[in-house]
Every structure is written in C-alpha cells, then in structure tokens.
Design a binder for this molecule. Structure first.
Ligand code: BES
Ligand code: MN
Ligand code: ZN
Length: 505
C-alpha cells in the first residue's frame, strides 16, 4: 500500500473514490464535514438531498457508496458515518477509518482520496491524526498468507485491491508536517506488521534460531549491532534458570542482544526485554490440549521488541535502546526440568520450580540480571506471562507493573497516545510471601490468587538495581477465535514511550 499527502481541489482532481465524513444530526452542529460540504456545493446539493432522503444518517461506522455525482471528476464518493460531532472521540475516528477501508475493499477501487484527517478529533494535532490513519489502515489491511500455496488463477480473477491511498489535508502549508507524520505511521506499521508475522508463523518455523536470524537480518539491513549468545555462552554467564527451561527441548536456546545506539555516547540506554518462548507446552506440568496451538504466540514479547527495533531503526530515533531476548521452547522430555527441581539463577538466587508452566519468569529473570551491565536508565520487559492477566483485563489493556511510579506514568501515557493501552496494577510487598519456598530462595509460583501480580513480584526480585516496568501482554498480543492472529501490540505503546523520551530530553 502506497500512501501520500494531498491538498486536493475536489472539483478538479480525479480519484477512483473520495472518502468523506458525515455526522449524525444534532441541534448544535452541522452534519456535513468540511469535505462533504465542499462536495455538496460542487454537486448542487446532491449530498444534502441524499441525507434528506434518509440514505445516510451519519451513524458511526455506517457507509454509503455514491456513483457519478454531478460536476465531480472523481467516479465515486464514499460517505462514512461519524456519529454525533460532540461524541467524536479518538476511538470513533479509528472506527470510522476501519469502516471506510472495509467499504473501499468491496469495490473495484485501486486509489482513493481520504478526507478524514481534516476532521477535528478532540484536541489531537494533525500529526497524530495522520500517523493513526496510516497505522490503522495498515493494521486492517494486514494479511498473513506467506505460507499458503499461491493459487495463480484465483489471483488473476481477483478484483482490484487498493494500491494507493491519498490523505487529504486542508492547508497546503501543512504538507511537510503531514508527510513527517505519514512516515512515522508507516514506520510504526512496519514494526507492527513484523511483530504480527513473527507471532503468526508456526512454531516449527519460528524457532529460537529463526528469531535470532530475523534479528540478525534486521541488524544487517539497518546497520545496528546484534549479538547472539549460544547455549555455552548462556551457561558461562550462569543463567541456570533460563537453562532449566530449555533443557527439555531439542531446539537450541538463544540469547539475542540488539543495540540501537543513536543517542549521545553518555546517554544511558532504555533496555527492552522480550519473552521468547517459541512454544509453551507447559513442560512436565503439561498444559491441557484445548487451544494449545496458541502457545506459539508465547514469543510475542520478543516479537514486540524486534518489531519496535524495526520501527525505531526506520525512524532513526536518536536514542540508545538495547533489546534483550531470551528465547527457547518449553517442552516435556526425559531431560526436562521436574516440579521440585531447584535452579540457580544468574543473580545467585535459587528458585524452586513448583510448576514448569511458569517458565516465562524463569527465562526473564536471567535476562533482567544480564540487563544490569548496560547501566540502564530504565528496563521494560514485555511478556505473555500469565493467564491470570487475561482474566483480569481481557484483551483491551496490557497489565503494567513497575517499581517506579514516574516510569509507570510515562508508559500509561504512551499507551493512551498510541491507543495501545495499559492498566497500572498493584505490586505491593504484601503479595511477596506467596512466593516463599521451604527449599530455595523463592518458588516460581504464588498460588491462584493474584497470579499476574505474584508473577510480577517474582520478576521484581531481579530488578532492584534499576527503574523497571513489566508489561503482561497475555491478553493483548493476539486474538483468538475466528480472527485468530497476532496484533503487533505493544509495539505502538513502546514506540510512543521511546519517542516521548526524546522530547523530554
Ligand atoms: N504463556 C503462559 C501464559 C498464558 C496462558 C498466556 C494463556 C496467554 C494465555 C505462561 O507461561 C503460563 O503458562 N503461565 C501460567 C502460570 C501458572 C502456572 C502460575 C498460567 O498463567 O497459567
Ligand atoms: Mn507456561
Ligand atoms: Zn509461557
């Protein structure tokens, strides 16, 4: 999909389709957006008559396709309902865009001019509106067909699909600004799409080795530094906890370290740590069979780190960012860790493994200790860590835990800006005793109560030396059911967080 910015004369320029918004009638505001108003004038009241007939009420997400409007060089006009003007929020803006794309995809349309970014969305600046527009369109037009057999005939007979979308803005003087915003939206879309791809790939393809190769390829493409530590190096570091998880699997584990160093030399880096379990069977504490295939998504934390690296590399973000990805499988076998085994982590703390299915924290704790060597300004780990987080927050928000309230606030704000929200969960010391063990410094599980909190408490024992936050993305990283697929979250949140750190400097 090609995007471009235009400041079009709707009476002169010709497109396959113009996309304009219409509000629901209310006493205080006009129904027609500025673009719809302009078309109405050009066509001698055609749009207003349509509305009078009751063919378009302006209901949010409704659409009507009009053809061959008088005095208009463009062949079609798509009216998109926006709801009441006074209720028009960021969410409605996104919904309207999605509805428009859906309608455009039904016709034989290969290029269109979208006049939605001109509409006021609360107090959001043009930059935000353009970036979100591009990102949303890329999100809804994403397809994962890399591993389906190509059907040449079907492809030939296939109706036209949209190739180019032009984004209309009202002021010519804003073109430069709008193009920057568009580039930002496209960079984000690339990172999100990569994160989705990695999540969607089957676990026999997307192995730890595959993830390491992807990181390597990305580093080569953009010229950043990457290091892949193999089992021997991992053992040398004393990562007994990480090794305890991988030991049941025939796939070799990897510790991937990526370095985007585009900030000043003396600027302390932000470290992103992503859980990279490429398949989670539960190990000896084997999971039940239902939906077990979805545990291929247990590397979505890692995917979000790799995706974010793609985005910030595209943007050439002037910041120092380190990505650390511990990646392996969690499999049962004669060599697998047993419930009751005690592992010694890199930090020296010992862990009694009471449930081999609580493996994410076991690989993360060693990666979090490893993060110390970078003298970070902040460390964020991202992990599909607990089913309990899905029960608490569902698919709408990622769980956020932190040992620093200011950092938590920055992440919450980033989530709001990016429409990729997180919710701040408590991590009071009161929960810590649930991890007590009679045989080691701690157990790896804390019982059923507050499962996502005790998981965060476990990690907090390895993050005392720096400001740290943990994002539990178990509910947000992928969708189940008919629309099963990776979401690319929280690449938008992480990107917004990193961008805000530059502005703050
Ligand atoms: N990867 C899972 C968490 C998960 C489960 C994410 C379902 C999304 C959907 C994690 O490794 C796990 O198995 N956690 C256990 C922890 C428990 C044994 C304390 C869980 O949530 O059941
Ligand atoms: Mn597990
Ligand atoms: Zn897991």
């Amino acid at each position: 999909m090609e995007f471009s910015i235009k400041s079009s004369d709707l009476g002169k320029d010709s497109y396959d389709c113009l996309v304009v918004g219409v509000f629901t009638a209310s006493e205080t505001s006009s129904q027609l957006s500025n673009a719809a108003q302009a078309l109405d004038v050009l066509s001698g009241g055609y749009i207003a008559r349509m509305i009078q007939q009751g063919d378009m009420t302006g209901k949010l997400e409704s659409t009507v396709m009009l053809h061959h409007i008088p005095n208009l060089p463009s062949q079609r006009v798509l009216l998109v309902g926006l709801g009441k003007q006074e209720d028009f929020t960021e969410k409605s803006y996104i919904k309207a865009i999605k509805a428009a794309v859906k309608a455009l995809n039904q016709g034989a349309i290969s290029q269109a001019l979208i006049c939605l970014a001109e509409i006021s969305v609360q107090s959001q600046p043009l930059h935000w509106k353009i970036a979100r527009l591009v990102e949303t369109i890329a999100d809804v037009t994403y397809k994962f067909d890399a591993i389906k057999k190509k059907d040449a005939d079907a492809e030939k007979n296939c109706k036209k699909s949209i190739e180019a979308l032009h984004i209309n803005i009202s002021q010519v003087s804003d073109i430069k600004l709008a193009e920057v915003a568009m580039a930002e939206g496209m960079a984000l879309a690339k990172g999100v799409s990569l994160a989705k791809d990695l999540g969607n790939l089957p676990p026999n393809v997307c192995t730890p080795t595959y993830l390491a190769n992807q990181a390597q390829a990305l580093a080569n493409q953009y010229g950043f530094k990457v290091e892949v530590l193999e089992r021997e190096a991992i053992a040398q570091l004393g990562m007994g906890s990480f090794l305890g998880v991988t030991q049941g699997s025939d796939e070799p584990p990897k510790l991937i370290v990526m370095q985007h160093l585009k900030g000043q030399n003396d600027q302390k880096p932000v470290v992103l740590v992503g859980k990279g379990i490429t398949f989670d069977t539960g190990g000896i504490s084997l999971k039940p069979g239902a939906e077990m295939d979805e545990m291929k998504y247990d590397m979505c934390g890692a995917a979000s780190v790799i995706g974010t690296f793609k985005t910030i590399a595209e943007l050439n973000l002037p910041l120092n960012v380190i990505g650390i990805i511990p990646t392996c499988e969690n499999m049962p076998s004669g060599r697998a860790t047993r419930p009751g085994d005690v592992l010694t982590s890199m930090s020296g703390l010992t862990i009694e493994v009471l449930n081999t299915d609580a493996e994410g924290r076991l690989i993360l704790c060693d990666a979090l200790t490893y993060a110390e060597r970078f003298e970070p300004s902040a460390v964020i780990d991202i992990a599909t860590l607990t089913g309990a987080c899905v029960i608490a927050l569902g698919a709408h928000a990622s769980g956020l835990f932190s040992n620093n309230d200011a950092l938590a606030k920055q992440l919450l704000n980033a989530g709001e800006t990016a429409l990729d929200r997180a919710w701040h969960m408590p991590m009071w010391d009161d929960y810590q005793p649930q991890l007590d063990s009679n045989f080691a410094d701690m157990a790896n599980i804390g019982g059923r109560a507050a499962g996502s909190i005790t998981a965060a408490c476990f990690l907090s024992r390895f993050t005392k030396k720096y400001d740290w936050a943990h994002l539990d993305i178990a509910g947000t990283a992928w969708k189940s059911g008919k629309e099963k697929g990776g979401t690319g979250r929280p690449v938008p949140l992480l990107t917004a967080f990193l961008q805000a750190r530059i502005q703050a400097k």
